[in-house]
Design a protein around this ligand. Structure first.
Ligand SMILES: Cc1cc2nc3c(=O)[nH]c(=O)nc-3n(C[C@H](O)[C@H](O)[C@H](O)COP(=O)(O)O)c2cc1C
Length: 404
């Protein structure tokens, strides 16, 4: 299911937390990505951030009061409840969470929450003791049972001076969850293991051999698989990566470490992935010897002897439990002609016992936000995905995985 099929009408509830200022940033992110945002604020919320700010960011009137006839919005709470394709409450106070759990309707926000049929996402923000209070946890549990989704608060320094869990999740993180609640969950219940980024093969304590991979393709796959409901683990080399919090991250350095991380998942019978996507640009070779101390400059030009690294994709292909478990997707990167790339992809598909190979060119893929790929699968299908954003390429790959 492509991104463009996401629905895009959001009611954003802002309540009386010190973190209310972050709601403006969340609204900005949503508006900048093409979402239509209507803000509803509680009376306490307005003590922390003004409706003027929220109106300026969203370009829409803000609903604050049931009874204000002059409310420029001209839209009642029931209309708003019907209009919403998602209700996002960020930040959500302990108070509003309790009232949601009880089914109160004393404010426009609570009334919208009660009346809407749209999914509800709640991002709590409060003092750590308020958050861990059994009553708050009971309220959260009750709401979860009713299908309300949560973006868990972060751990860290809180405005009240305490250090603990209760800080509002980062607005970008909340955005990942907004996308998820608006998307068809066609990967729900599927465990997806993705590798990405380069590996580094040490020569000595300060030098290494690596490649130009940025990890962006695997990150796009991880984000989109999460959006579509998958339980995602991302094993990545040393690159800067931003993925939704629930995506499990395992950072490795060398190919040997990446192999171990991947194989550990394969050996776990209960947590065996349903899909493995190997998007990492692993080093095929590593130095035969790693010097303990920094290699000194000398008159003699050194020669580096290389030895072959483990072939993770090959090993995975051999260890497949059955034809469908796990679905195995590899990447092939080339620098030559299209025919070379396709030949390489077909050979890899067969030799590695993979279900699909994604072929791409180094100059069109490495470190770019876009990519052009060819999908070559075990059913003999071959499809070109013309140059587009890696998020779209990722969705095309995920669409095809569902047909393998
Ligand atoms: C300075 C200040 C900061 C507050 N921060 C929070 C907070 O982060 N989380 C919270 O649950 N309540 C917080 N409160 C308490 C709420 O504002 C209070 O419970 C209020 O009734 C919430 O109303 P609402 O849920 O309708 O917005 C804070 C109060 C003050 C005075």
């Amino acid at each position: 299911m492509s991104e463009s099929m996401e629905r895009r009408r959001i009611v954003l509830g802002v309540t009386g937390s010190i973190a209310a200022y972050k709601a403006a940033e969340l609204a900005r992110i949503l508006v900048s990505r093409g979402y239509e945002v209507r803000v509803v604020m509680t009376q306490s919320g307005m003590e922390f951030i003004t409706p003027t700010t929220m109106q300026a960011v969203t370009g829409q009137p803000v609903v604050t009061d049931f009874w204000d006839k002059s409310e420029a919005s001209g839209i009642g709470h029931i209309q708003l409840a019907d209009w919403a394709e998602a209700l996002v409450i960020a930040p959500a106070t302990a108070d509003v969470i309790a009232k949601l759990a009880m089914g109160f309707a004393e404010s426009p926000l609570l009334a919208v929450a009660l009346a809407t049929k749209a999914p509800i996402l709640v991002a709590p923000a409060m003092n750590m003791n308020m958050y861990s209070n059994p009553k708050t946890q009971e309220n959260i549990e009750e709401l979860r049972k009713r299908g309300v989704r949560f973006v868990d608060p972060e751990e860290g320094e809180l405005a009240c001076g305490w250090n603990g869990t209760g800080r509002l999740a980062d607005p970008e993180e909340i955005f990942f969850h907004v996308r998820r609640i608006l998307s068809p969950q066609d990967f729900a219940g599927k465990r997806v293991l993705i590798t990405t980024g380069p590996t580094r093969e040490a020569l000595d304590p300060v030098r290494f051999i690596t490649n130009r991979s940025s990890g962006k393709m695997g990150v796009a796959l991880a984000r989109e698989a999460f959006r579509r409901g998958a339980e995602v683990t991302l094993v990545h080399g040393p690159v800067h990566i931003k993925v939704p919090g629930p995506v499990k991250r395992e950072e490795v350095t060398s190919t040997a470490e990446m192999r171990k991380a991947v194989m550990d998942h394969m050996e776990s019978k209960s947590e065996m992935p349903d899909v493995v996507i190997m998007a990492a640009a692993v080093a095929d070779y590593r130095p035969a010897e790693v010097a303990d101390l920094k290699m000194k400059k000398s008159d003699k030009t050194p020669t580096i002897k290389l030895v072959e690294n483990p072939d993770i994709l090959h090993e995975l292909g051999k260890s497949k439990v059955d034809e469908k478990k796990p679905i195995l997707v590899g990447f092939a990167v080339e620098t030559g002609e299209i025919e070379d790339l396709l030949n390489e992809a077909r050979t890899k598909l067969k030799n590695k016992n993979a279900d699909m190979i994604v072929g791409n060119f180094a100059n069109e893929a490495f470190d770019l936000d876009t990519n052009r790929v060819w999908l070559v699968d075990k059913h003999g299908r071959q499809e070109e995905v013309a140059t587009t954003y890696k998020s779209r390429v990722a969705n095309k790959i995920l669409d095809t995985i569902l047909t393998l």
